[in-house]
Design a protein around this ligand. Structure first.
Ligand code: SF4
Length: 99
């Protein structure tokens, strides 16, 4: 009896080894994603604190590249918040299309 195999093309798994060196390892995740119902003034303060951690992170570039290459809609990644990442994503797409 023959066996029919289906092959599904899965996207390559991202290499997440850079996360081992992340400066945010062990910090409270709320600092990077914020609580539900957060008001803008508190959000601004929280994001500033998160960005300070990111500024000293040795894998900031890897983190940002990871975040802008996937639909990470929320949180602070690579030192950028959601809106800033959306701008960065568009900038990278424009650069790639111009090449
Ligand atoms: S850049 Fe920021 S969010 Fe990304 S791994 Fe480093 S500390 Fe964490």
């Amino acid at each position: 009896m023959s066996e029919v195999r289906r092959q599904v093309a899965l996207p390559p798994r991202p290499n997440l080894a850079w996360q081992d060196a992340a400066a945010c390892r062990g910090t409270d995740i709320v600092l990077f994603f914020g609580p539900d119902g957060e008001r803008q003034p508190e959000r601004d303060i929280r994001e500033r604190k998160a960005k300070l951690v990111c500024a000293a992170c040795p894998v900031r570039a890897e983190c940002l590249t990871y975040a802008v290459s996937r639909p990470e809609k929320y949180g602070t990644w690579g030192g950028l918040n959601e809106d800033e990442r959306a701008s960065e994503r568009r900038r990278r797409m424009r650069r790639a299309n111009a090449a």
